[in-house]
Design a protein around this ligand. Structure first.
Ligand code: SAH
Ligand code: AVI
Length: 721
């Protein structure tokens, strides 16, 4: 359901009456299709029945505007207390936890109340609003109603989620704004300094957003994207809910008493996580931003990532300075900040009857910024301060990570985009169109690769990890004291842990990866789990290595290049890489190289063309990335994933095949594809001991050991300077 949108600039300016009607039409349309039982029951003390929302927002207009005019006679004097929410100055009211006991007035009566308030409000608007307080209260009434549109959806979802039937409140999830944006990856760095936040004196804003004031910010960075469900699954898998060291004390107490083990509404399906949504129970979409987490969970996740939550001032400064650098700034989930909800310096509550609107809640709650899919489009504001208690999870809450300083991950910049464009133009201009595989690894590509590593068909990760567990302890004694582990293409740094565990006296770890998102997250997790290790991540291309940072110290350099990623390079490029690694690692260096071994084509092909289509998605993602980052116009679904064994070159090949003739544009350039024509996106060379020896020797290393795993076999080679 896409709700009516405001009239935009360029069209006629919307009058008070039209605006009133548009805003007031939304709640009844959200209630349509729900039964009076659905709208009467209250699922918990924090939530309200749908019927109550419908009545309360009308009450607001009645009390604040209509009732303030002389000689006004209430629609029904009893409603004045029935639908009073929390205004002590306005007399008696029904306690919130009791709202669900209101079988009367029935739904029809509440709708009649709404209709009558509309008639009276429309008469008032026809006569014109008094400028000043009355106009301000009208604005407040509309914004108040919009807040309740979102609350209505939160409360209905909570109610539906308590039913064992998993009922779908709507056929599709209602969105009050535009759709979800694909993740971009990376970090946006800000210098900080003296900045200004808060709403200016013009236009509508709630009292809590004012006054605008100056704030000093130290250098910081904010993640381009929201944390996703996929990220959250990794947190769970890494024992996120079982490790007290990640949690604030009050949060850990709740994990125990409430038995939290996943976000609210998540459940375990037959094979994977499911989540209850407004459209019923669904599989958890790993690419979608996580929702329904408490402040405590957001904070624990940030600590697990080696990051932190942003302050609200950092959030607002970033959103003002570079709104287009971020995805889902205000369109998916409210973002927890680490700022307590308190008055801005110089705060003055709204005048008159609505003085209790915000100010009296300024204790024990945390600020959230942005907006959610359920926030009406013209209700979102950069200065908006939403707030909830830190334990509450039923709002549409998510998070965006922050970091101190300019994190290593912020280095993904225009140069990388230029290089991607260059490689795409050169690659698409060749007779056999090609694209280097390094461009697979944006945030989504890195995530998809991690999914590949868990596929039943993709044996290399499992086999190599098992082998590393065996040979790590045999080789580690050769490292010596205070050695430095330099890993190429470190990705999620999962295998690294096996080396770190085998060699506890390593001084430093230098992961090098082209994917800022994967690197930043992995470095954070390693930092958290190995507090005595210096973790010095480098965003970069391992085909252009530079010496490890000097903070790493002078211990022996241990190169680590697992995963058979070397097989993704041409034989010449592989030699060049190993040669330059030998140079930059210096005298006495060791190098642990992982390679996949030649085996039956059937096993290989299955590993690169899995039944679930994850490898296909990984392959196609590079086109999605080209569309997003370079403005290309690949028709992604029209490209088929192909994987085959090239025996002559001893390599698996992945291609993207045009399933119809087409032309792809990149700026002013056009590239034509015949039907069946492919882009060669990756080669994965498969080795044997002889070819590894040849490679090592051609690049100046000695092959000291060569250990082979069980079938399907992979190998680890120990090279010495
Ligand atoms: N080492 C991990 C990940 C392998 S996936 C494992 O064995 O499971 C390959 C990794 O190399 C990805 O993280 C990717 O981002 C990175 N990578 C690919 N090409 C790269 C390049 N040219 N320079 C640096 N990193 C690269
Ligand atoms: C990273 N690299 C070694 C993987 C491989 O097997 O060549 C990438 C990959 N491609 C398809 N599946 C996995």
């Amino acid at each position: 359901m896409q709700m009516t949108q405001p009239v935009r600039a360029g069209m006629s300016v919307e009058g008070d009456l039209d605006r009133y009607r548009r805003v007031r039409a939304v709640l009844p349309s959200l209630a349509e299709g729900l039964s009076s039982e659905d709208l009467t029951v209250q699922s918990m003390p924090d939530a309200s029945p749908g019927k109550w929302h419908l009545g309360h927002v009308s009450w607001f207009f009645e009390v604040m505007l209509l009732g303030a005019r002389q000689g006004y006679r209430p629609f029904d004097p009893r409603f004045l207390s029935l639908f009073n929410s929390y205004y002590d100055a306005l007399g008696a009211r029904v306690d919130r936890p009791m709202r669900g006991l209101m079988t009367r007035p029935g739904l029809a009566e509440v709708m009649a109340y709404r209709a009558e308030i509309d008639v009276r409000m429309e008469a008032l608007l026809a006569g014109g609003l008094n400028e000043g307080l009355e106009r301000d209260l009208f604005e407040l009434g509309l914004n108040h109603e919009q807040q309740h549109q979102e609350l209505f959806l939160m409360d209905i979802l909570h109610l539906m989620a308590r039913s064992p039937l998993d009922p779908a409140a709507y056929e599709i999830e209602p969105r009050l704004g535009e759709g979800q944006v694909v993740a971009r990856g990376g970090w946006i760095a800000f210098e900080g300094g003296l900045t200004q936040i808060g709403a200016s004196a013009e236009g509508f804003a709630f009292d809590n957003e004012r006054p605008a004031h100056r704030v000093w910010l130290e250098p910081y960075a904010l993640a381009a994207d929201l944390v996703t469900n996929g990220d959250w699954v990794r947190f769970i898998q890494d024992g996120g809910y079982q490790r007290p060291e990640l949690w604030l004390s009050d949060g850990w107490a709740l994990v125990q008493t409430e038995g939290w083990s996943a976000p609210l509404y998540w459940g375990r399906g037959a094979s994977d996580w499911t989540v209850m949504t407004l459209a019923g129970r669904r599989p958890v979409d790993p690419a979608a931003p996580v929702r329904h987490i408490s402040f405590y969970e957001a904070d624990a996740f940030a600590r697990w990532s080696g990051r932190r939550l942003p302050t609200e001032a950092e959030w607002e400064h970033a959103a003002r300075a570079e709104p287009s650098a971020f995805t889902n700034l205000d369109s998916e989930a409210w973002q927890w900040t680490c700022s307590a909800y308190s008055p801005y310096p110089g705060f003055r509550p709204t005048e008159g009857m609505a003085a209790e609107y915000n100010g009296k809640f300024m204790a024990n709650q945390m600020v959230l910024r942005g907006g959610s899919f359920a926030t009406p489009l013209d209700h979102r504001r950069i200065s908006y301060r939403n707030f909830f208690h830190p334990h509450q999870r039923w709002a549409f809450t998510g998070l965006r990570l922050a970091a101190d300083g300019a994190p290593e991950a912020a280095a993904m910049d225009d140069d990388a985009t230029d290089a991607f464009r260059h490689d795409l133009i050169v690659g698409l201009s060749e007779r056999q169109k090609t694209l280097p595989p390094k461009w697979f690894y944006d945030a989504e590509g890195s995530r998809l690769f991690e999914d590949i590593t868990r596929l039943p068909e993709y044996y290399p990760t499992r086999q190599e990890a098992a082998l590393l567990r065996r040979v790590g302890p045999l080789w580690a004694p050769r490292f010596g004291a205070a050695a430095v582990l330099v890993e190429l293409g470190s990705g999620a740094s999962e295998k690294t842990r096996l080396v770190l565990d085998a060699a506890p006296d390593l001084a430093a770890y230098v992961p090098i990866d082209i994917s800022p998102a994967a690197l930043g997250e992995a470095a954070g997790r390693i930092r958290a789990d190995y507090p005595d290790l210096k973790v010095l991540p480098v965003v970069g291309d391992f085909e252009h290595l530079s010496p490890p940072p000097s903070e790493a110290g002078s211990g022996r350099r241990i190169g680590f290049f697992p995963g058979s990623t070397i097989g993704n390079l041409t034989p010449d490029a592989a030699i060049r890489l190993l040669r330059s690694a030998r140079e930059i690692l210096g005298q006495g260096a060791l190098f642990i190289l992982g390679v996949d071994l030649v085996k039956s084509p059937a096993t290989l092909i299955a590993a690169y063309d899995d039944a679930q289509g994850v490898t296909a998605a990984f392959n196609r993602n590079v086109l999605v990335r080209a569309n997003r980052e370079l403005g290309a116009d690949f028709d992604v679904p029209a490209f088929a994933h192909r994987a085959f064994w090239n025996g002559e070159q001893s390599r698996m090949e992945m291609h993207l095949e045009a399933t119809r003739p087409m032309t792809v544009h990149l700026g002013k350039l056009a590239f034509r594809f015949g039907e069946g024509e492919t882009i060669h996106t990756e080669s994965s060379r498969k080795f044997d001991q002889a070819s590894v020896r040849e490679l090592a020797e051609a690049s100046g290393w000695k092959l000291e050991a060569f250990e082979v795993s069980d079938d399907p076999a992979v190998a680890l080679a120990l090279l010495a300077d």
